[in-house]
Design a protein around this ligand. Structure first.
Ligand code: ATP
Length: 451
């Protein structure tokens, strides 16, 4: 393998070094399945979330937002099928105590499961048994069955139980959607590949309510929309592909995943599911409340809507955007010795910092002038300021975290009020009047195309 190819180790190391993502409770040896987002990580995550939110709610007239509680009535999860069905088949090694998902050949082969031989130590395995992925806890002073509470394993159910509230309060008419971003929890047995699969994660889900019979049409529509979203934010299309599910979940009529080529190979990024009227029918059954829709524009026709779901991992998207942006680029011309820079080619709307302001020198009033320019830019953009070290090193530091624009302030700036605007991807520099900076950067963001 080429030394300068992307690996998960490089992403993990950059994330830690530059404050994107830290191991949870690191000083105690770490907590498996959980990660903390540092100053740049939280900006990146928020930008992805905002881009998604804008796409779903602002750019679609018939989609509104919701933020439902993580705690839900435990009957919710009986109705949804999670209490009965949300489980993985597991085998344990009686000797080394390793645990494997029996249905995942990247962990253990079918042969090992059948012969009950541990692939790690050769010891004896238990037969597969079902392990529910929901975290269970208790609410209130008594730990009895009446006090059981589950941490939600998906955000979708909070939307379903509220869909009639939203119809009534916001006068929504089918077809319409409800979008939500929030935490979800799954007791994943094997949490690996950094933030790809964790026990605590965030989802960005949109549930679109349609008339039965219109579901296939809207399923196709949303497949198209979700693919275009990733393209719009600069993700390389040749790194994306569709996976069509042949074995469907108990609630689904059709399901596709958008997969991204992570360093460990193509893996799921987002699922688009036709969930039929399964969930609303079940909630009608379990709650005793009629969840059907009455179409007042069509002679009060009554039906339980079908639901098209687009379900993306927000934290998994953070990893995807990091991986897609990452490049170790050789800047040497032919015949020169190699000279690599690490650069993150984030779309400017996704980049954690949009503009860095760098005074050429600290002295002679340049730092003060640069600060003043930064303060002006702060109103419009997320900014950074760096005066430490040689200017070339400072550019590299910004490249490494994906800052698309650097503004350099030098002695001429003091004389004629011009600055240098440097572009991350091309490394080109232009000299422009300070008064034109904000407008120019906005225009560059609008016209940005990944090369
Ligand atoms: P997988 O097959 O990877 O376990 P899934 O098919 O169970 O995922 P869904 O229930 O469809 O996933 O969840 C929708 C999205 O939520 C996924 O596409 C993924 O981006 C994200 N997601 C699911 N589980 C996790 C997890 N444990 N950690 C991080 N993100 C997750």
């Amino acid at each position: 393998m080429d030394n300068h190819e992307i690996t998960m180790e490089k992403i993990v190391s950059l994330c830690k070094r530059r404050g994107f993502v830290f191991q949870s409770s690191e000083i105690y040896g770490g907590q498996a399945g959980a990660w903390d987002y540092g100053p740049l990580g939280i900006e990146l995550k928020k930008n992805i979330q905002n881009a998604w939110w804008k796409e779903m709610t602002q750019l679609h007239d018939n989609i509104v937002g919701l933020d439902a509680a993580i705690f839900m009535h435990p009957r919710t999860w009986e109705a949804s099928g999670h209490v009965a069905n949300f489980s993985d088949p597991l085998v344990d090694c009686k000797d080394c105590k390793m645990r494997f998902r029996a249905d995942d050949e990247s962990q253990i082969s079918k042969e090992n499961v059948e012969k009950r031989i541990c692939p790690k130590c050769g010891g004896e395995l238990t037969p597969p048994r079902s392990f529910n992925l929901m975290f269970k806890t208790h609410i209130g002073p008594a730990e009895d069955t009446a006090s059981i509470l589950y941490l939600r394993p998906e955000t979708a159910q909070g939307i379903y139980v509220n869909y009639k509230n939203i119809i009534q309060s916001n006068r929504m008419k089918i077809p319409f959607g409800i979008a939500q971003v929030g935490k979800a929890f799954r007791n994943e047995i094997v949490t690996k590949n950094f933030i790809f699969r964790t026990c605590e994660f965030e989802q960005m889900e949109m549930q679109f309510f349609v008339k039965p019979g219109d579901d296939d049409k809207f399923f196709e529509y949303w497949r198209g929309q979700r693919w275009e979203f990733y393209k719009k934010y600069g993700i390389r299309e040749n790194k994306l592909r569709w996976y069509h599910h042949e074995k469907l979940a108990h609630y689904a009529k059709d399901a596709y995943d958008i997969e991204y080529e992570f360093p460990m190979g193509f893996s799921e990024l987002e699922g688009i599911h036709n969930r039929t009227n399964f969930d609303l029918t079940k909630h009608t059954e379990y709650s005793g409340k009629d969840m059907s829709y009455i179409d007042q524009d069509n002679g009060n026709e009554k039906y339980i809507p079908y639901i098209i779901e687009t379900s993306a991992g927000l934290t998994r998207n953070v990893l995807m955007f990091m991986c897609d942006a990452y490049e170790e680029q050789n800047l040497a011309k032919a015949g020169e010795p190699e000279d690599y820079r690490t650069v993150l080619h984030f779309h400017p709307k996704i980049a954690p910092v949009t503009v860095a302001v760098l005074p050429l020198m600290k002295k002679d009033g340049l730092a003060e002038l640069a600060k003043d320019i930064q303060n002006e830019l702060k109103e419009e953009f997320v900014t950074d300021y760096d005066q430490a070290g040689a200017i070339g090193k400072r550019y590299r530091r910004q490249d490494e975290v994906g800052t698309p624009f650097c503004v350099t302030v030098d002695y001429d700036s003091k004389e004629d009020n011009t600055v240098t605007l440097r572009f991350r991807d091309s490394m080109e520099q232009v000299r422009i009047p300070r008064s034109e900076l904000t407008a120019r950067i906005k225009q560059e963001i609008k016209n940005y195309k990944r090369v």
